[in-house]
Design a protein around this ligand. Structure first.
Ligand SMILES: Cc1cc2nc3c(=O)[nH]c(=O)nc-3n(C[C@H](O)[C@H](O)[C@H](O)COP(=O)(O)OP(=O)(O)OC[C@H]3O[C@@H](n4cnc5c(N)ncnc54)[C@H](O)[C@@H]3O)c2cc1C
Length: 642
């Protein structure tokens, strides 16, 4: 049924696949991993999974993690790790590999790395990242768990002074990990030295029970994330040895002398690692949702045309309006994320090879904005894809609810998005000052802040869209700066008077950045690839402007005629995407098993799929007469007495 659609594609699909994965090598590696999942019976997607209890889902996921480990190095960040391929839940090792090990690499001394890294990597020491507490998450400096140094024994006494200080949320803490990287306020001789990480054994090696003085458990069911054992933990004067403090940047001697060393800014490194993964890998979940929605919209027909032929829902302009801007945004975020990965690597190389911190501020700012922008995109994309599939989108067998559930926490974790946008805003304000005082110090990506006005004839070309998006962000940044400065108390102004303007200004930077990356990707490509990417880039740029043009309106840089032109042009580009839509989503190379959807197979009868599942696999139907019927009888009895 879809072959005809595939033939309509007007670009070389393999070249597009390589672009989406950042190269042939990466795409081949992805296919190799996908093949492993597709051919191993344990990873065959079973939609009855969602009928299982949380207990059973957790156990099945554990079994699958073991199987995956036999073949794949789950912690290898160089390749597209199997998260997007994970069958119905995320493997046990994610936090350990993506948060604990990177933090260890950055914060532990060479001796500590030598002592622990092998057992961390081969999983004989599995740990969680225990930072957040019941009372404080974003505000790390005000965590309340304390680590008091005891000079008599040269140990740290880790203690939870009140309920609020209970560690809450760390993944893999509730059931699995034996160790925890516990973030606590260091106190030596009554003096506070701020929050530092302590690597602590929390469960017994043999029995796996919590060690004496530590209470641990799972926090309970959440919105999705059923297989993840997010946990709680409190300490009652628990004694940890001297070298539990990760001491690359701060050392406490046996007799209690505290010494700081090196540049603690490197600590940002571990945060960057996870945020980079969120941008690089988790953005791909948006593409998975789009593949399902586009395919289903080709299978699904509603109402007839004048020739009495039923119409595919993808042919409706309103359906295109739901999906095509998201498809364009997916491409934009993927190209942006590839650039960000290069930036993060370059920053790490400079720091580790020559102690050069010159790229740190820029990388941290761009990554903060991108993490916020991309994670909002993925969860919004999953939700709109679900809505675009009508009733079937609501069922787990569509494969869409799980994407929304698993992706929406990313808005909150690893830096809550509003707070990240405010961090980018701080950087924008700094560059705005530099535009006047030290223009040469302003990185290329932020030179747009000098824009005051733009005279563009055609508002819909890529170059002009980039100019307008930059100008919009520049105007909003200046507006936010004025708002901030109009009050004498800067801190109060930031928190209570200018936050909206600052966060808004920052949120308009990434669309500009993504467009630059899009343009960069388009250049030097074969004609057909260039043509279709140009259409996507224009749709993306126009959509971003239409959604966020307040800056341009504020300074009369866009008039109603131009807004109409933007809308009309976007609509006029939809037919080109319509012909290429299937090939554009299929360039991701996702197999049916990876899609985990009954409504969007490569080939086949979606209605038969759904019927077969409901009638044969849905375990609720296994009992011909369900036990619940007893209650219907009781209801009748109650009613009879009325
Ligand atoms: C699925 C999941 C997994 C997690 N895994 C881990 C883990 O492994 N380890 C771990 O330590 N933690 C983990 N967490 C916790 C997570 O890191 C925190 O929830 C996150 O950092 C947000 O902090 P918070 O909950 O304190 O939110 P808050 O900071 O309380 O945010 C609540 C609201 O207040 C607003 N707000 C707060 N401060 C400001 C400000 N200064 N300006 C403007 N607005 C503000 C926010 O924008 C938000 O709207 C996890 C959380 C989830 C949901």
């Amino acid at each position: 049924m879809l072959e005809g659609e595939r033939k309509q594609g007007q670009f070389p699909q393999l070249e597009m696949s390589h672009l989406l994965y950042g190269g042939k090598d990466q795409f081949d590696k992805f296919l190799e991993r996908q093949h492993f999942f597709d051919t191993n019976p344990m990873f065959k997607v079973n939609h009855d999974f969602y009928n299982k209890s949380r207990q059973d889902q957790i156990l099945l996921n554990a079994e699958r993690t073991v199987e995956a480990m036999k073949k794949l190095s789950l912690g290898d960040p160089n390749y597209y790790t199997p998260n997007v391929l994970c069958p119905q839940g995320i493997f046990i090792s994610t936090v350990h590999f993506a948060m604990v090990i990177p933090a260890f690499q950055v914060l532990a001394s060479d001796d500590q790395i030598t002592k622990w890294m092998t057992s961390l990597k081969n999983f004989s020491a599995i740990g969680c990242y225990a930072q957040t507490e019941l009372g404080h998450g974003s505000d790390v400096q005000n965590l309340q768990t304390i680590a008091v140094f005891d000079k008599q024994t040269s140990e740290f006494v880790i203690h939870t002074p009140n309920i609020e200080a209970t560690k809450f949320w760390p993944g893999e803490l509730g059931l699995y990990c034996e160790f925890a990287l516990v973030f606590a306020q260091l106190q030596v001789d009554g003096k506070g030295y701020g929050v530092h990480p302590f690597w602590i054994r929390i469960r017994d090696k043999e029995t796996h029970k919590p060690l004496s003085g530590i209470e641990i458990g799972d926090i309970g069911p959440k919105m999705g994330y059923a297989v993840k054992d997010n946990g709680f933990m409190s300490f009652d004067h628990y004694r940890a040895p001297l070298d539990s403090l990760l001491n690359r940047y701060i050392k406490v001697s046996r007799d209690g002398k505290v010494e700081r060393q090196g540049n603690p800014k490197v600590g940002y490194g571990s945060m960057m690692y996870m945020r980079n993964i969120l941008c690089d890998q988790y953005t791909k979940f948006g593409g998975r949702a789009l593949t399902i929605a586009v395919r289903y919209s080709l299978y699904r027909k509603q109402f007839k045309d004048d020739n009495k032929q039923e119409i595919r829902i993808l042919d409706y302009q309103c359906q295109q309006q739901k999906l095509f801007p998201l498809l364009a945004e997916f491409y934009a975020c993927v190209f942006g994320s590839i650039k960000i990965k290069e930036l993060v690597n370059e920053n790490f190389n400079r720091i580790s090879q020559s102690n050069d911190f010159s790229l740190l501020g820029l990388t941290h700012a761009v990554l903060s904005g991108a993490k916020a922008n991309y994670t909002y995109f993925v969860s919004n994309c999953a939700e709109w894809c679900r809505l675009s599939c009508g009733g079937h989108g609501f069922a787990h067998y569509s494969g869409l609810p799980i994407i929304f559930f698993e992706m929406s926490p990313n808005i909150t974790l690893e830096g809550e998005n509003t707070i990240l946008n405010l961090q980018l805003a701080r950087y924008l304000l700094k560059q705005l000052q530099h535009i006047v005082s030290k223009p040469n110090a302003v990185p290329e990506f932020f030179k747009f802040l000098s824009l005051e006005t733009a005279k563009v004839d055609d508002v819909t070309t890529i170059d002009n869209l980039i100019t307008l998006l930059g100008l919009n962000c520049a105007i909003l940044t200046k507006y936010a700066a004025q708002k901030l400065m109009s009050h004498t108390d800067m801190k109060e102004s930031w928190d209570t008077k200018s936050g909206i303007a600052l966060a808004k200004a920052a949120s308009t930077f990434i669309p500009y950045f993504n467009m630059l990356c899009f343009l960069d990707t388009i250049n030097n490509k074969a004609k057909e690839t260039k043509e279709i990417l140009t259409v996507l880039a224009r749709i993306y740029g126009i959509t971003m402007l239409l959604n966020n043009m307040q800056g341009l309106l504020l300074k009369n840089q866009l008039n109603s005629q131009q807004i109409k032109t933007l809308q009309d042009t976007r609509e006029s580009l939809y037919p080109i995407i319509r012909s290429n839509a299937l090939c554009l989503v299929e360039a991701q190379g996702l197999s049916d098993n990876s899609l985990q959807s009954l409504i969007a197979p490569k080939e086949g009868d979606v209605y038969m799929n759904m019927y077969n599942f409901a009638s044969q696999e849905n375990s609720l139907n296994k009992q011909q007469v369900h036990d619940g019927i007893n209650y219907i009888k009781k209801m009748r009895e109650v009613n009879a007495k009325l």
